[in-house]
Design a protein around this ligand. Structure first.
Ligand SMILES: [Ca+2]
Ligand SMILES: [Ca+2]
Length: 306
């Protein structure tokens, strides 16, 4: 240590100790407070000097210790600290450390059809696997006969249809019972190939997903591959018309629309399936031959509560 430095240090230290070195005790951090005790004291100057002379090998934090701003830690910085201690230079607050931003949950990309379908399936899967989920579904069938032969039975058929197509609401709690929940609602098997258009919208509270399924034509004995994964395909015999025996015919599903809303974490809040359809069927009603064509919409409205 050279003579000048010694002199500087000893005189500054004398003054500093005399002031008992208590300057600025608070949560803020000051430039020069190497020991982070919230104060700039002669101890801090000493810490710089120990490093400068090699008595301390850990390099002090440059933004705290480099008071003169030459990007080196030297005895000059120790002097600056001492000058701070005796009030010759002003105490400098270090800019508050930016509080760590909580990491944004990773947003799914949701730009391709596959990503949107995967997001839908995961949301539905998570709902089914929930520890506790209350599922409320309302099914509405709106069916209209466009033609019926013999026309003499049309009014009877119309009234049978309307009495069997009233909205039907069912609700149930499930607790970690994915299988039962899936049976209660819809199978979770949708494939991207079965979707013609998919859109995803980020809202303030979560996501809105809309998917339109490909058109499918099936006969009465075949389940539609994609529409069957999404919603419950109509079965004419399930209308419960006594004595009706369908021999042939088919359904056309021109474009089922599935929409869901989720929260920001992808948790499924609501789901709606809107399935327009048309059909033709021929068979027997008791002993008479009948044939019919018609159209309608099957709607499934679902809410999820956890
Ligand atoms: Ca200190
Ligand atoms: Ca310096």
């Amino acid at each position: 240590m050279n003579k000048t430095l010694k002199t500087i240090i000893s005189s500054a230290l004398a003054g500093a100790f005399a002031l008992s070195g208590v300057i600025g005790a608070s949560a803020v951090q000051y430039k020069g407070d190497l020991d982070s005790d919230g104060k700039v004291t002669s101890n801090d100057a000493l810490a710089v000097l120990k490093y400068v002379v090699g008595a301390e090998s850990n390099e002090p934090d440059m933004k705290i210790a480099d008071l003169d701003g030459d990007e080196k830690i030297t005895s000059s910085d120790a002097l600056q600290i001492l000058k701070t201690v005796v009030g010759q230079i002003e105490l400098v607050e270090l800019p508050a450390e930016e509080p760590e931003q909580p990491e944004e949950p990773e947003q799914p990309a949701l730009s391709t059809k596959q990503e949107i379908v995967d997001f839908y399936k995961k949301s539905l899967d998570d709902a089914y696997n929930s520890e506790k989920v209350h599922i409320k579904k309302t099914e509405t069938v709106a069916l209209e006969l466009d033609s019926l032969d013999p026309s003499s039975v049309k009014s009877t058929a119309d009234s049978l249809i309307s009495s069997n197509t009233k909205p039907k609401t069912n609700e149930k709690d499930f607790a970690s019972d994915a299988k039962s929940a899936e049976e209660f609602l819809v199978p979770n098997l949708l494939e991207a190939e079965g979707v013609s258009v998919a859109t995803a919208t980020k809202t303030e509270t979560g996501y809105e997903i809309s998917m339109t399924l490909v058109e499918e034509k099936v006969d009465t004995k075949t389940k539609p591959k994609y529409n069957g994964q999404a919603s419950l395909p109509l079965d004419l015999s399930a209308l419960g018309i006594p004595g009706l025996n369908i021999k042939s015919g088919g359904f056309n599903y021109p474009g089922t629309v599935i929409t869901i809303t989720t929260d920001n974490d992808g948790k499924l809040l609501s789901m709606k399936h809107t399935m327009p359809l048309s059909f033709d069927a021929s068979g027997t009603l008791v002993f008479s031959k009948v044939s019919a064509t018609g159209h309608g919409t099957y709607t499934l409205d679902v809410t999820f509560a956890y």
